[in-house]
Design a protein around this ligand. Structure first.
Ligand code: T4K
Length: 507
């Protein structure tokens, strides 16, 4: 049964986007009734039903619980949404939750350290909550497309869905060419070959391993560069230190969808005669100085992997305004075939399939909804975690377009009195599978870590940031209730940081 001291209510917050911190003067998400009942607010920009309206001002008993058992799947997204407020009929504890359910755990209060799952208490979530749960989109549209491609008997090799997908990506990014690929790693490899990079390429060490591997797999030497602690992106002032006669290019990464210092990198590349490529795996629909990612450097690469904001299951794309580069890349992803029976250069198979493009096109149709959900969650996290000592949430520039896909905490142990790894441990025990992206940095992974030159290198900012970062669940698979519950755990841990740390360390 739901503990009688806990109630969950939908809170109508008309000023949700402008002022997320209070509802009728009460701090949202921390509504405590006079008799001590804990009320977890479900922030909602939707007007409430008459029942819910009364909830805000009425006695605690009038508040309504909402749990997974009481939710219906949304037809478009497949995500479960609360019945309350959408069907108008207010459930009661007795008639709706006679047997309890997964949300019994979800909103259990953590009163003492022993209530934490890591110390033997029940986990907040009975099901695992992942970082990277895919956004799904309209299943009906996807299935229609699947039927179409089956009817057409055209499954891959530059089919109509791939062409349409490429056109949409190019339009949305404001770029001339898009070459869709089977994933972003292959796209990076094709791009560095199409750019004819050789020798050394300067790349940040704080990135997903694919960025470095794509270079190495092509026989290039990734030269790791430190990052700017504020942006987590490659530090242009550090780049210059790594330029040697063997350097042919710079591969910047728009980490978390926050674009690199493009102007500074463009200047360096131009003055030193280097190619400039961007790994924009995270940055689809993000802007830099008002221009969309995809338009910078000689080329950029997007990822449409399942875990990305827009996904095609597996997928990627090379985008560029360079006609010749696009032509070369297009040949390379299809074995170098220029026409039937005519191969003019070495190539591989890095084509996107029609099934992936069908998923990608369907995903694009829900782009607005996906970014909206990520932004809503991001704002709720920001609201709840804003004032915790030593715990900082990475901000997105409100004057730019962002997809808000990554919710990144930086935990400074010296101030927070608890380390990132300990918070990570606590969250995993609660079934919140937060990720330590991109710990420990590419330079500390093989084969790079064994390279004498890399071993000699010092990347102090990368090491410090890699030890502090924690990525929290976001996307359409996560709703305000989950965000509220995750934040409650983090706030509890932050409030009792030194005690939690001591107990974890067996002191
Ligand atoms: N450059 C950068 C900067 C990147 O971040 C990436 C990929 C690339 C290049 C290369 O792009 P691709 O070649 O992949 O297109 C995941 C993704 O696999 C990877 O694409 C992504 N970056 C990276 C940041 O995250 P892992 O090792 O964390 O994957 P995994 O299997 O642990 O999945 C992440 C979470 O998502 C899991 O907790 C489970 C959940 N999940 C995953 C899949 C695939 C689901 O719930 N459903 C699913 O279908 O790398």
């Amino acid at each position: 049964m739901l503990p009688s001291s806990i109630r969950l209510a939908q809170v109508f917050c008309p000023s949700y986007t402008a002022d997320k911190r209070s509802v009728k003067g009460i701090p949202a998400n921390r509504l405590i009734s006079r008799n001590g009942t804990i009320l977890l607010g479900l922030l909602s920009p939707e007007p409430p039903s008459p029942n819910l309206s009364r909830c805000l001002t009425g006695p605690a008993d009038a508040w309504q619980p909402v749990r997974r058992a009481d939710r219906r799947p949304d037809e478009r997204s497949g995500r479960r949404v609360p019945l309350i407020g959408t069907h108008g009929q207010a459930p009661t504890i007795e008639n709706r939750f006679p047997h309890g359910g997964p949300w019994d755990m979800a909103f259990r209060s953590k009163g003492s350290l022993s209530d934490l799952a890591v110390f033997g208490g029940p986990p907040v979530f009975s099901e695992r909550l992942h970082v990277g749960r895919p956004n799904i989109g309209d299943r009906g549209r996807l299935l229609t497309r699947m039927n179409e491609l089956l009817d057409r008997r055209w499954l891959t090799n530059n089919g109509p869905f791939v062409q349409e997908f490429e056109q949409r990506i190019a339009e949305l990014s404001g770029v001339k060419h898009c070459v869709a690929t089977c994933n972003a790693t292959a796209a990076l490899e094709v791009a560095v070959r199409a750019l004819d990079l050789r020798g050394e390429v300067i790349v940040p060490a704080f990135t997903f391993i694919a960025t470095a591997h794509a270079l190495r797999w092509q026989g290039l030497t990734p030269v790791f560069c430190d990052i700017d602690p504020r942006t987590h992106n490659i530090d242009p002032s550090e780049v210059m230190r790594h330029v040697t006669p063997r350097t042919t290019g710079i591969l910047g990464v728009h980490l978390w969808g926050r674009p690199c210092e493009v102007d500074a990198l463009t200047d360096i590349a131009r003055t030193r005669g280097l190619a400039l490529l961007f790994d924009a795996a995270h940055a689809f629909q993000c802007s830099y100085k008002g221009r969309m990612a995809g338009q910078f450097g000689h080329a950029e690469v997007f990822s449409f992997h399942a875990t990305k904001c827009v996904n095609s299951g597996e997928g990627g794309a090379i985008v560029t305004n360079d006609d010749e580069l696009a032509r070369r890349a297009r040949l390379m992803i299809n074995f170098g075939f220029e026409a039937f029976d005519r191969v003019t250069s070495v190539g591989i198979n890095a084509k996107m399939s029609e099934m992936s493009a069908a998923m990608g096109l369907t995903s694009l149709e829900s782009l607005h909804e996906f970014v909206g959900a990520a932004h809503r969650n991001y704002t709720a996290y920001e609201c709840e975690l804003a004032d915790l000592p030593g715990i900082r949430m990475l901000a997105y520039d409100p004057s730019e377009r962002s997809n808000y896909h990554y919710v990144i905490l930086e935990i400074d142990e010296a101030v927070a009195q608890i380390g990132r790894d300990e918070v990570h441990q606590v969250l995993w025990a609660e079934n919140v599978l937060a990720r330590r992206y991109f710990y420990p940095g590419c330079h500390r992974q093989q084969p790079y870590a064994s390279d004498e030159r890399v071993r000699q290198q010092r990347l102090p900012v990368t090491d410090a940031v890699a030890a502090r970062v924690l990525c929290l669940p976001n996307g359409t698979a996560v709703g305000p209730e989950e965000v509220a519950a995750i934040c409650r755990v983090i706030r509890f841990v932050a409030a009792k940081a030194s005690e939690v740390q001591a107990r974890l360390r067996g002191a």
